[in-house]
Design a protein around this ligand. Structure first.
Ligand SMILES: [Zn+2]
Length: 462
C-alpha cells in the first residue's frame, strides 16, 4: 500500500467491494488543496496529532457522567444526554453539520461533494450500564471525531458524507430492549418496544424519548432516519469487553462477527414456600429448579465449547423473592434473567430447543412451573469480509499489531448488519473487561484503532 485512493470507492462496491480491494491504492491528489500525496503514514501522523482531542473528550465525558463508582450515562436520561451534548458541542466547533432523528440519535456530518453518494457512518453508543466504564461506546464516537479531524487536517475533501453517529440506547439493561437507537434509526425497532419501561423510573421508552427531544409518534408512523441503501458502511470502534487482547498481547482486533442472542429478561419459577424441615419428596423448591436449569445450560455450553463453538450463557439476575425468602423457608418463588449468545443462528435455535426440553424435565422432577415471560432476541451480525480484510491490511501495512476476534458482546453494528449495511468493527485492548468501573484503555491503543479507521475512511470516502 503506497497511497490512498480517494476516488477508489464506487457505488457498485456496496456489499462486495471487490474493486476497492483489488484497485491499486495510488495516491490521489485531486481532492486535496495542495499536491502532497496522502499515504497511510501521513494519515497516521495526522491521527496522532489528534491525541489531545481524544484525551480531552474522554476526560470531559468522564467528568460529566460520574457513576460513583464508574460511569453513569443512563439511557434516555441525564447521563446519556450529556454524552450527546458533548458530541454536538465538539461537532459545532469543528463546523460539522449536526442533525438529530426521531429517536434523538445525534449525527455529525462532514459533508461530501456528492449528495447522492452513500454515506460512511462511524460511531457507537453514548449510554452506559450503571457503574460502567468511560470507554464503552464513547470510544466509537471519539474515534469518528478524531478521524474526521485528522483527514480534514490533511486537506482532504470527501465525495460522500462522512458521519459520526452518537447512538442512543444500546445498553439493554435500562429498557430490556437491545439496539434501541440504531434500530429506531433503521426502522427495525420491534413492535411494542416504545412501551417498554425503564427499570428504575418505570416510565415508558416513548416518554423518555420525548423528554430527550425525540418523537416516538414519528417512529410509530414508520419514519426512519437511515436508509440502509444510502449507507456505504457502518464502522464501530469499541473497547473489547473481555481481556482477550490483553491476554494475547495485541493492542487492537479486527472483528470477525457479532453474536446474536435470545433473552428472557423476566423469567420466573413458581413452586411452593415450605418449612425448612419439609422432606425432599414434598418440596416444590423453585430455587433448586432454577439451579437445575442453570446447570443444564452450563452443560450445553460446555459441550459446545468442547467442539470449539463459541457460545455464552448468562444468568444476570438469579434470586429468590426477597419479600418472602428466609433461611428457614423453602423458596417457592425464584426469578432470573437469561442471555444466551452465539455466532450462528442454528446454534442459538438448537440451544433454545434443548433449554425447553430441560425445563419440561425439571418441571416434572421438581413439581414446579417455569414462566419464561417475554422473549427478546437479536440476529447474528455478519461483518463485511472485504472491509474486514482492508482493515487488517491497513493495520499490517502500518505495523499495527492486530488479531481477528469474534466480538464477545452485542453491538449496534449488528443492527446495521441485520438491515443490510456493510459493517466492520475494531476492538481496543482492555485489561479489566467491560461493564464495570475498572474498564481500562490505553490511549496509544485507542489511537492505533483510530488510525486504521482513518485509513479505511480515506480510501473509501471518495
Ligand atoms: Zn458498548
Amino acid at each position: 500500500m503506497t497511497g490512498v485512493g480517494l476516488s477508489a470507492a464506487r457505488e457498485g462496491d456496496r456489499n462486495t467491494g471487490e474493486q476497492a480491494e483489488e484497485s491499486p491504492m495510488t495516491a490521489t491528489t485531486v481532492l486535496r488543496h495542495d499536491a502532497k500525496p496522502v499515504t497511510p503514514e501521513s494519515i497516521r501522523s495526522a491521527v496522532a496529532a489528534q491525541r489531545g482531542l481524544a484525551e480531552r473528550l474522554f476526560a470531559t465525558l468522564a467528568a460529566g457522567s460520574p457513576g460513583n463508582p464508574g460511569i453513569m450515562r443512563d439511557t434516555y436520561g441525564a447521563g446519556e444526554n450529556f454524552g450527546h451534548e458533548i458530541l454536538r458541542e465538539e461537532a459545532g466547533v469543528a463546523g460539522l453539520a449536526i442533525t438529530t432523528d426521531a429517536a434523538a440519535n445525534t449525527f455529525a456530518t462532514w459533508r461530501g461533494t456528492q449528495a447522492d453518494a452513500p454515506a460512511i457512518l462511524m460511531g457507537s453508543h453514548l449510554d452506559s450500564v450503571p457503574h460502567g466504564g468511560n470507554f464503552d461506546g464513547a470510544a466509537g464516537v471519539v474515534a469518528g471525531l478524531v478521524t474526521i479531524a485528522a483527514l480534514r487536517e490533511l486537506g482532504l475533501q470527501p465525495l460522500r458524507d462522512v458521519t459520526v453517529m452518537g447512538v442512543r440506547a444500546e445498553e439493554s439493561v435500562w429498557f430490556q430492549v437491545s439496539y434501541i437507537g440504531s434500530r429506531a434509526a433503521l426502522g427495525t425497532l420491534p413492535e411494542g418496544a416504545l412501551e417498554a419501561t425503564r427499570i428504575d423510573t418505570g416510565r415508558s421508552l416513548a416518554a423518555h424519548m420525548r423528554d430527550c427531544g425525540g418523537d416516538p409518534e414519528a417512529l410509530r408512523q414508520g419514519v426512519r432516519a437511515l436508509d440502509p441503501k444510502r449507507i456505504r458502511a457502518f464502522l464501530e470502534v469499541h473497547i473489547e469487553q473481555a481481556p482477550s487482547l490483553f491476554e494475547a498481547g495485541f493492542p487492537i482486533a479486527i472483528c470477525t462477527g457479532i453474536p446474536g442472542n435470545f433473552r428472557y429478561p423476566n423469567a420466573r419459577v413458581i413452586g411452593r414456600h415450605d418449612h425448612v424441615g419439609t422432606p425432599r419428596r414434598f418440596r416444590r423448591d423453585a430455587a433448586m429448579a432454577g439451579m437445575a436449569l442453570a446447570h443444564a445450560l452450563d452443560e450445553i455450553w460446555a459441550a459446545h465449547e468442547a467442539v470449539g463453538t463459541q457460545v455464552a450463557v448468562t444468568f444476570g439476575r438469579f434470586h429468590t423473592n426477597a419479600e418472602m425468602h428466609g433461611m428457614t423457608t423453602v423458596p417457592g418463588d425464584f426469578r432470573f434473567s437469561l442471555d444466551v449468545r452465539a455466532y450462528d443462528e442454528a446454534v442459538l435455535a438448537g440451544i433454545e430447543a434443548q433449554m425447553h426440553r430441560a425445563i419440561l424435565r425439571i418441571e416434572s422432577e421438581r413439581n414446579v412451573t417455569f414462566e419464561l415471560g417475554p422473549r427478546a432476541s437479536a440476529a447474528v451480525g455478519l461483518v463485511d469480509g472485504v472491509i474486514q480484510a482492508a482493515l487488517t491490511k491497513a493495520a499490517g501495512h502500518l505495523g499495527i499489531r492486530s488479531m481477528p476476534l469474534g466480538s464477545p458482546a452485542s453491538h449496534d453494528s449488528a443492527a446495521f448488519a441485520a438491515a443490510g449495511v456493510p459493517v466492520a468493527m475494531l476492538f481496543v485492548r482492555n485489561e479489566h473487561g467491560s461493564h464495570n468501573p475498572k474498564e481500562a484503555m490505553e490511549i496509544d491503543d485507542f489511537m492505533a484503532a483510530a488510525t486504521v479507521l482513518a485509513v479505511w475512511v480515506a480510501e473509501n470516502a471518495g
